[in-house]
Ligand binder design. Structure first.
Ligand SMILES: NC(=O)c1ccc[n+]([C@@H]2O[C@H](COP(=O)([O-])OP(=O)(O)OC[C@H]3O[C@@H](n4cnc5c(N)ncnc54)[C@H](OP(=O)(O)O)[C@@H]3O)[C@@H](O)[C@H]2O)c1
Length: 236
């Protein structure tokens, strides 16, 4: 198997599906994770009609049994994983500012990616040039929300805290992986027209997927332990 293999979470729609498309267009085999397997199948069908080698995979990132099955499937079929894009995310702050919202947001935005990545690490290490991309947000940048008036008004504590935690873990993981073939970076896609970004967003998904695709396909001399938008570093 000479093709690279990529797993993208939350790949049934939005930026995740487009990341699958753009990686697939580069000749990478893409495993499209979705918590509803029917949606994963329909996304894979859509990309296969565009001559992309795409396969559906049932994956709710908060479900330990799904994670176990995904690891077993990838191990059995390929024996390695070249790219993991932790893209699945949730935004629940409109439901209120309370601990339940905070907990459920953290489940998807940090505990899920952490559990999945830890479980896949041996398969990523088996790749000659493994890449991990954590889909964060500019709202996870403490420097930005404290200094940039444009973001200061966005009162989304659970989302912001979960993405800041994702960023902190990205930095920690990059330190743990120093000296290996693996690179891990956090990504801000931009404000993108999706179900989460809403219709007023500035970017189409094609542009929104670019940063994750850039980080997923970094060359050996590329960065690790950074936070990026469009190949430009962002403040933590
Ligand atoms: N759009 C923006 O402007 C923007 C800006 C900054 C960062 N982001 C980040 O970009 C990522 C993608 O967002 P998007 O804009 O493409 O939003 P989206 O269209 O709403 O897609 C979110 C994806 O995450 C999936 N998901 C939610 N909970 C999940 C779970 N427990 N397990 C697995 N998948 C789950 C959703 O699946 P279902 O279809 O089953 O719900 C969906 O596939 C997120 O991490 C988001 O925080 C987006």
């Amino acid at each position: 198997m000479t093709k690279k293999i990529a797993l993208i979470t939350g790949a049934n729609k939005g930026i995740g599906l487009e990341i699958g498309r753009q990686l697939g267009q580069r000749g990478i085999l893409v495993l499209l994770g979705a918590r509803d397997v029917r949606k994963a199948k329909s996304a894979a069908q859509q990309l296969r009609a565009e001559e992309i080698e795409a396969y559906p995979i049932e994956l709710d990132v908060t479900n330990p049994e799904h994670i176990r099955q995904v690891v077993a499937k990838i191990e059995q079929a390929y024996g390695r994983l070249d790219i993991l894009v932790n893209n699945a995310g949730t935004y629940l702050d409109h439901e209120g500012n309370n601990t339940d919202v905070m907990r459920r947001t953290f489940d998807v935005n940090i505990f899920g990616p952490h559990a999945l990545t830890e479980a896949l690490l041996h398969l990523l290490k088996a790749s000659p040039e493994g890449r991990i991309v954590n889909q964060s947000s500019i709202l996870g940048s403490l420097t930005t929300i404290l200094t940039n008036e444009m973001y200061a008004g966005a009162a989304v504590p659970a989302y912001t805290a979960s993405k800041a935690a994702l960023n902190a873990w990205t930095a920690q993981l990059s330190i743990a992986l120093r000296g290996s073939n693996l690179k891990v970076n956090a990504c801000h896609p931009g404000w993108v027209k999706t179900d989460m970004g809403g219709p007023a967003a500035q970017m189409e998904v094609q542009e929104g997927a670019e940063t994750a695709v850039y980080l997923a396909t970094l060359p050996a001399h590329g960065p690790s332990g950074g936070f990026f938008h469009k190949s430009e570093p962002l403040p933590w």
